[in-house]
Design a protein around this ligand. Structure first.
Ligand SMILES: Nc1ncnc2c1ncn2[C@@H]1O[C@H](COP(=O)(O)OP(=O)(O)O)[C@@H](O)[C@H]1O
Ligand SMILES: [Mg+2]
Length: 338
């Protein structure tokens, strides 16, 4: 019995590992906690996330991919190795590993992702571009001359791509996504109520919002933080309606990019998209009312899969059989010299 091939979404917010046989076998935040004195890693994933915003001076909680500093890249390698071993521990045969990495990553960093996976036990490493992984994970057929569009809203970036004939016709990206919503909440809560809240509180509020399009008029969320006037711990009640209005600006930016991409799409492909609608992926797609907002803006049917966060890992895990056929977005071991 061979070892399952695994697909990995090395996301800026979370890391997921998928196998065809078992589905998602690991889902952890991409966070590493390190000692500021020795540089030693203290915790990875869930345990490290619990420390974000709460670390004493001697510990630093880092998001090695989101913070984007090259000097933290060895932490990214460490984290990748740690998760591969955690997910595949006990397996004696070496798996093939397909990894999806954020598009901004440099050639040198790509190289070190490959090395990290090999040293964690991978037999072969495939690198998959995020939009390609997302569309495969959604299970869409892109082999025919028929356009499909995917809107992937992650933590740091939103990626939009149009696919046809196993390739990418158009790809656009903007550095506004889920985290931008959190930042807007922090900013508005501060300026309108004088309460300073942390990123995790802001994210909690965002997840609790019923809908950005038609917020529940009765809906209320309690936020806890520090009162800027008294300096003491305090809480405030916020309406869903206020929350929804605070999110409108980053949401507009994402919708504008979508509209722009649709405008740049050749008419024949646009015609297919009119039929097929818009597919959503990424954690940001879980924002309450997002499919309605997309439909309202574009007039097109919008589909949100049951688990949009898992799409990219699933797509990476399904790439092995199709890698040869795909025109774009996959780097196979035969394409890089090891
Ligand atoms: N239920 C939810 N409602 C709104 N946003 C969500 C929800 N769940 C996750 N998110 C957001 O999704 C983003 C992370 O998406 P993900 O696809 O995991 O990102 P990445 O590709 O950057 O790793 C975060 O900003 C997170 O707050
Ligand atoms: Mg992602």
């Amino acid at each position: 019995m061979g070892v399952a091939d695994i697909g990995i979404d090395l996301g800026t917010t979370s890391v997921l590992i998928y196998t065809k046989e078992k589905g998602i076998i690991l889902r952890e935040p991409s966070v590493v906690a390190v000692s500021t004195k020795t540089g030693e890693v203290i915790a990875v994933g869930e345990d490290a996330l619990a420390m974000v915003g709460k670390t004493p001076d001697r510990i630093r909680a880092v998001r090695p991919l989101a913070d984007g500093v090259v000097s933290d890249f060895h932490l990214c390698e460490y984290m990748l190795k740690y998760f591969i071993r955690k997910a595949c521990g006990g397996q004696t045969l070496k798996p093939r590993v397909a990894i999806c990495i954020p598009s901004e990553i440099t050639q040198v960093e790509r190289r070190s992702v490959i090395d990290a996976a090999i040293s964690a036990g991978a037999r072969k490493v495939f690198l998959v571009d995020e939009p390609m992984a997302a569309v495969l994970g959604l299970g869409l057929d892109i082999s025919r001359p028929c356009g499909q569009i995917v809107l992937d809203i992650g933590g740091g970036t939103t990626d939009i791509a149009v696919f046809t004939l196993n390739g990418i016709a158009i790809a656009r990206s903007v550095r506004r996504a889920g985290n931008a919503f959190d930042q807007e909440i922090i900013r508005y809560v501060r300026s309108s109520t004088g309460l300073l809240i942390g990123e995790r509180m802001a994210e909690e509020a965002k997840k609790a919002l019923s809908s950005v399009v038609s917020p529940d008029p009765e809906g209320r969320i309690t936020l806890k933080g520090r009162d800027l006037r008294t300096g003491l711990p305090a809480k405030r009640e916020i309406s869903h309606e206020a929350l929804a209005s605070w999110l409108s600006e980053p949401l507009e930016e994402i919708l504008n990019l979508l509209q722009q991409t649709l405008e740049e799409t050749p008419p024949e492909l646009a015609c297919d998209i009119y039929q097929n609608g818009i597919w959503l992926a990424g954690g940001g797609a879980l924002l309450g009312g997002l499919p309605e907002a997309v439909t309202q803006r574009t007039g097109l049917p919008t589909h949100r899969p049951e688990d949009p966060v898992a799409c990219v890992a699933r797509g990476a895990g399904l790439v092995f059989d199709q890698a040869e056929a795909l025109e774009d977005g996959v780097l196979t071991p035969s394409m890089y010299r090891y």
